[in-house]
Design a protein around this ligand. Structure first.
Ligand SMILES: [Zn+2]
Length: 290
């Protein structure tokens, strides 16, 4: 990506180096990246959109803080993330205006290391990046990006941008009411049906990430050769079927919460190609059509 001269968002809370010392184990943009796979083996229900504190238990921590200097790579990643967030602010403000969706209320990005308190309970780096609708924050431990590279071979700045834009996509779902409606439905359902709703939320967030990239490129000429392939490769590697097969040798489709590799690539691409939110109709599709 070419982000030269781009502004950095100020809607960022930097909690890096402040660890509260506890660990939780659910969530993740790819369902089960890293330790999330332990949760899968225990039959846990994974998701990277959290609703309230009840979902994760209380906010506990020993309050210990650890101060240290950040490496140059860490500082660059933080600056990069601020620029991507700024791009999502500009793009979604415009899209909300165009569609008469009201004002785009920007989310806050919380950078942290290890674990941190959130409006949805204790957040942990093991969960991967996640969005909490209770406080409208996206939570990212930047070490996730090196894990993506090391454990999945998913690399490239645009792949990282896709991850951030996906979480912002959940915020858009929240503002438009899609997220609240879906979560309400899920509470009345058995796990299998709730997972089908979750997959639609996740694929819509992938689609919104694609829409953002299309529009960001239109506004700022940000995409470079090879960028699209890297993001699509990343979408492939965080498909539920791909991750489950990698983790345990087989997959269990009814446990999917984020969609298959093919589905994630398809919806990301659709957003990238159209840049038009009207094509984001994952909730109108049958399973076979997704
Ligand atoms: Zn998600």
């Amino acid at each position: 990506m070419n982000l030269e001269g781009r502004r950095e968002s100020s809607n960022v809370e930097d909690r890096r180096g402040m660890s509260t010392g506890t660990k939780a184990g659910i969530g993740g943009i790819g369902g089960l990246i890293i330790a999330g796979l332990i949760t899968l083996l225990m039959g846990g229900n994974l998701g990277d959109v959290l609703q309230n504190a009840g979902a994760m238990g209380g906010m506990v921590g020993d309050g210990s803080t650890e101060q240290r200097e950040f490496t140059q790579e860490e500082q660059e990643l933080a600056a990069f993330s601020r620029k991507i967030l700024a791009g999502t602010e500009d793009v979604w403000t415009q899209i909300f205006q165009e569609n008469g969706w009201g004002e785009y209320k920007v989310p806050t990005m919380v950078l942290y290391t290890g674990s941190t308190s959130t409006g949805c309970g204790q957040g942990s780096a093991q969960m991967g990046p996640f969005y909490c609708s209770a406080d409208q924050c996206l939570y990212i431990d930047l070490s996730f990006f090196s894990n993506m590279r090391q454990q999945l071979g998913a690399d490239g700045d645009f792949a990282y941008a896709y991850v951030i834009a996906h979480e912002v996509g959940h915020h858009v779902e929240y503002l438009t009411g899609t997220l609240g409606k879906a979560h309400q439905q899920m509470q009345r359902m058995n796990d299998k049906d709730a997972n089908r709703v979750s997959v639609r939320l996740e694929l819509l967030a992938d689609f919104y990430a694609g829409v953002w990239a299309n529009r960001d490129n239109r506004m700022f000429n940000s995409l470079e050769q090879g960028d699209l392939e890297k993001a699509i490769d990343c979408a492939q590697k965080i498909g539920d079927d791909y991750l489950q097969k990698k983790a345990q040798g087989y997959d269990i489709p009814e446990s999917f919460t984020h969609g298959t590799s093919a589905q994630r690539m398809k919806w990301l691409k659709l957003g990238l190609q159209t840049g038009d939110v009207r094509y984001g109709n994952t909730f109108d599709k049958s399973d076979a059509e997704l």
